[in-house]
Each structure stands twice: as structure tokens, then as C-alpha cells.
Design a protein around this ligand. Structure first.
Ligand code: PLP
Length: 371
């Protein structure tokens, strides 16, 4: 099988799987317990927090200024931050991941900021909407990199605008982590979310990172773990795997970026040669691994099935949890037609992707589209 769906999830590092297996087979490390197993669990969790801080380039001196709260997913981290602004106004981009975007469907305090044809936030619309807001408490949530087209937002510039209006900023780093170098201090966001399984850690563990001086309220109430912000016995093996993946990712980041970039270039050059394909946000700053193709003569569902039958796993970038494809709202928001949006295919490369995988995809794509 040729797997080119690394934005959905990517290969777990073998060192991570091993360390998790060892911890899970022993069990007993409940970090809330006073005995030595408990203390070991606690110390392992604290080491993971440090590795995650390192991945985001938080130096040891600044470590205490950021609070890293472990959650069960990137989705939960996004929900945790948004829930803290229920009694205020929340501004989000039109292309956020559903864990942010779907709040606009159920809450009347969420305002959507438009994006341009490349998916970049419309800064004029942002300023207008912030100016017209009468709410005291405000949060702006804009993802650092988009999961479908890979476009990278100018977060620093966005934060500067938000500051002029006294708005706190959250950025969803889930797809960016492990694919670009992130310096959270330089970006100056107040909060960020990450998820382990997007960069070689296990599924089912994420984190909300926030400036310690800003108080947050929990959505899960219980024994007061994670300084009261996320109750529930910590998943020690997963958190340790998360930390280990962060450590390896940091070490291998530059190599992985240049490897993925080379393959992305090869893929896109070959596809553009056909003349019938558009690559979304092609000339913009994007993740080194993500290419969203539009070929409006072909429905994505038909192509996904044809590729799957030839042992190639990719995504349309709009599958909902039932596996059905739906029209991608992000492409519609970017001004693509329904017909174009329904033809989208997302190819996302990983650190383990080879030149042969890309060659196989190109040959197979050309075969199925010659039929
Ligand atoms: N945010 C973005 C941008 C994502 O791509 C994803 C997952 O695809 C998430 C959040 C959710 O992360 P998780 O799978 O850990 O819930």
C-alpha cells in the first residue's frame, strides 16, 4: 500500500511505540499516587511537558510562562479553549478544522472571518469585524497551517492586529507541528493546540499550550489533574509517547522538511504538466508535505475509490467521521465552485514517503485519468 494521507495520521516512531508498550505493560504509574510508582509517573509526565516546550522553541527560562495541559486530542484542546470564551465573542477563520469551525453552527457568539482565494485570512474583514465587536471578552482562533491545502497564515501579523483591539489569540498548530519550525514565543499567540499522532506520536493525546498568566476554566471536572484544568487520570504511556515523539521530531525536523519538500516538488511538477490540474494555493507559503489537487472533470469520490483499488491511500480532505465525503466548506469559502470543490484530492507526504511512492502515485493517477 502506498500511503499518502499523512495529514490524517502518520507513522508512529518505533521508539515511541516501544516506550509506550513497556509502560503500558507495567501499568501502575498513576501520577496522583504518593508511592514511588506514582512519583515516577508524575516525573515522566513532567519530562514530556519539557520536550513539548522544546518542540515549540520555549527555552527553559520561559518554561514557567507557558502552561502545557494534556488532553485526549487536538479536538479536545480546541474545545477547551473555545469553551472559555462562551460568555464572550469568538472570531474564527472560514477554513478552520471542524473542531473549531463547527462551533459556529451551534453557538451564536462565533463570527467567521473571510479568507481569500488562497485561504489566507482577509485582514480587512478581520479589522472590520473586530472594530464592530462590543463584547468585553474576545478570542480570535486562526490555524497556523491548514489541514487540507497546507497554507500557512501570517500569524504574527494577525496577532499584531488582534492586540490593537485587545483580543486574545489561539492558533491551531495541529498540522504545523513537525512540518515547520514553530517558535511560539515569536508568534506571540496566547494559546495553541497540538496533537501527538500528527508527528509520530500516538493517537488520543494532545495538548493545549497557554500563557500561564491567563486563567482558564476546565470543561472536564473531577480530581483536579493538570492543575485543575483537565481532570481524569493521565494517560501516562500516551503522554510519554507524545514527549518522545516531540523530542525525535525536533531532532529530525530539518531533514524531514527537506525530504518532504523535495517529494512535494516532484509530485506537483509532474501533475501540473498534465494541464488539467490546479494545486490549491500553489504559489503561497505552504506546508512542505501537503498538496490539494482540483481537477473539476473528476469527482473526488470516484478517484479515491479507483486509487484505493490500486493500493494508494489518499484523502479528499473532506471526509467526515463516517467516511463519507462531503463538499469541503473550506474550498467553497475560498471561492472554488461546488464542482471544483467536489473534485478535490489531498495528497499528504510523510517522513517515510519514498520517491517510489510519489512515482507510483503519478503513474497511477495518469492511468486512471486516461480511462
Ligand atoms: N486541528 C487540525 C488542523 C487537524 O488537522 C486535526 C486533525 O485532523 C485536529 C485539529 C484534530 O486533532 P485530533 O485528531 O487529535 O483530534
Amino acid at each position: 500500500m502506498t500511503y499518502l494521507d499523512h495529514n490524517a495520521t502518520t507513522n508512529i516512531y518505533q521508539e515511541v511505540a516501544k516506550i509506550m508498550y513497556d509502560l503500558a505493560s507495567t501499568g501502575l504509574y498513576n501520577p496522583s499516587a504518593i508511592h514511588s510508582y506514582g512519583r515516577k509517573g508524575k516525573s515522566l509526565i513532567e519530562s514530556s511537558r519539557k520536550e513539548i516546550a522544546q518542540l515549540l522553541n520555549i527555552p527553559n527560562d520561559n518554561f514557567k510562562e507557558y502552561q502545557i495541559t494534556f488532553t485526549a486530542s487536538g479536538t479536545e484542546a480546541n474545545n477547551l479553549i473555545l469553551s472559555n470564551f462562551k460568555n464572550g465573542e469568538i472570531f474564527i477563520s472560514a477554513i478552520e478544522h471542524p473542531s473549531i469551525f463547527n462551533h459556529s453552527k451551534i453557538s451564536n457568539n462565533v463570527t467567521i472571518i473571510q479568507v481569500d482565494k488562497d485561504g489566507l485570512l482577509d485582514l480587512k474583514d478581520l479589522k472590520n469585524k473586530l472594530e464592530n465587536s462590543r463584547s468585553e471578552k474576545k478570542l480570535l482562533s486562526v490555524m497556523l497551517a491548514n489541514n487540507n491545502n497546507g497554507v500557512i497564515q501570517p500569524i504574527k501579523e494577525i496577532v499584531k492586529i488582534a492586540r490593537e483591539y485587545g483580543v486574545l489569540v489561539h492558533s491551531d498548530f495541529v498540522q504545523a507541528a513537525g512540518k515547520i519550525n514553530i517558535n511560539i514565543i515569536d508568534l506571540d499567540v496566547d494559546f495553541a493546540s497540538i496533537s501527538a499522532h500528527k508527528f509520530g506520536g500516538p493517537m488520543g493525546v494532545g495538548a493545549l499550550i497557554g500563557k500561564t498568566k491567563i486563567h482558564l476554566e476546565p470543561i472536564i471536572i473531577g480530581g483536579g489533574q493538570e492543575r485543575g484544568l483537565r481532570s481524569g487520570t493521565e494517560n501516562v504511556p500516551a503522554i510519554v509517547g507524545f514527549g518522545k515523539a516531540a523530542k525525535i521530531t525536533k531532532k529530525e525536523l530539518e531533514n524531514n522538511i527537506s525530504h518532504m519538500k523535495k517529494l512535494q516538488k516532484k509530485l506537483e511538477e509532474a501533475l501540473l504538466q498534465r494541464g488539467d490540474i490546479k494545486i490549491v494555493s500553489h504559489n503561497k507559503l505552504r506546508l512542505p508535505n501537503t498538496s490539494m489537487l482540483i481537477n473539476k472533470n473528476k469527482k473526488s469520490e470516484t478517484q479515491l475509490i479507483a486509487l484505493d483499488m490500486r493500493s494508494i491511500a489518499i484523502s479528499s480532505g473532506s471526509a467526515c467521521s463516517s467516511g463519507k465525503t462531503v463538499v469541503p466548506y473550506d474550498l467553497l469559502a475560498m471561492g472554488y465552485s461546488k464542482e471544483e470543490s467536489e473534485s478535490a484530492l489531498r495528497i499528504s507526504i510523510g517522513r517515510n514517503t519514498s520517491k517510489e511512492d510519489i512515482e507510483k502515485f503519478i503513474t497511477t493517477y495518469n492511468e486512471i485519468n486516461a480511462l
